[in-house]
Design a protein around this ligand. Sequence first.
Ligand SMILES: *Cc1c(COP(=O)(O)O)cnc(C)c1O
Length: 402
Amino acid sequence: MSEEFLPFSKPSISRAAIDEVVACLESGWITTGPRVAKFTENLKEYLNAPYVLPLASATAGLHLALLALDLQPGDEVITTPLTFAATLNTIILAGGKPVLIDIDPATLNMDLNQLEDAITAKTRVILPVHFAGLPVDLDVLYNIADIHGLRVIEDAAHAIGTEYKGKKIGSFGDTQVFSFHPNKNMTTGEGGCVVTQDEELAKKISLLRFHGMDREAWNRFGKNGNQHYEIVVPGFKYNMMDIQAALGLHQLVELDSFIERRTELAKRYQEALSDWLQWSLPQNPAFEHKHAWHLYTPLLNELPAKMHRDEFMQKMKEKNIGTGLHYRAAHLYPYYREKFGFMPGDFPHAESAGERIVSLPLFPSMTDAEHDRVLDVMYSIFDSQTKIDGFEAQLTEESFVI
Ligand SMILES: *Cc1c(COP(=O)(O)O)cnc(C)c1O
């Protein structure tokens, strides 16, 4: 048991990226400056997007995108319970009320069949999450948004590089928020960005991300000298630094190759696990798409596995293999339950997934040997059961109901 701990995620930082960070540090300009400007342009080109605003995090991006929509008390934002806390927190911090709809158990994305029933006179925004890098069916979603006059903010934290019907997430639609946290598909350390087709929204976010300072407002009064600015709104301190952008410039160049390797590894898992009774595997929707494979998240079938997900994760850890938990159903956390009256049983598919889901190790520098090691350990954990003769025959339909 001397093998090194294998984390579930690990960033790949090239020598060129490290050199760029060092060059930035030596340049004398380390906060928002020329490297953020270049990173912005490169993201625009990669995403084919008109407005890109790098920020300190995706959480900052969700917060500002929602604030910029000027939500009024009681305004509702429809989202999924199978997401990170930041999705719900930022809705609340921007003055909105999170309204949840259950997930589709096949894709783990928001179940769009339930969307129209959740829309009320108070609904302002639909906030889907492209779970694990698998796109939500955006034609369907935007069609509903258009009919009801709703804004759409896509939590695309998992989805840089994802494509929907041949188009990159971020290249069309309303507004998207990407994350560059170290576990995500590309990283700037901490960081994220908002991408939008809406010039007005971009302007508001641009003001809000840096103290509400407007240099153009000063210029409008006909004076020159860009030392001066006006404060036109009480803003935040959510800007990205050049040190972060230095990393991002190089990560972006490598992003497609990172996704290629993630895809190979995910396929390897799918093939290796396809006939294991212990797992229900991620399923693909019928529409054309490119999955970014930010996460590989099978669901543990507790009956055949004879253990709960938490026990499986513990056993993997004992064998020096890290796993992740993305996510327990958000509505069951105490704050949201108390504040919005959510109850166990409200969103059964998300709750079931939240008790069974595991993120297996997946990162671009993972070798085939490391992948084999993960599978070997998984075999050893379930070994005693898979050998039981006739075990399969004992399973009922119920074992697989999500
Ligand atoms: C990571 C993540 C966020 C937050 O991203 P940060 O850059 O860490 O703020 C938001 N939503 C989802 C779904 C995420 O996975």
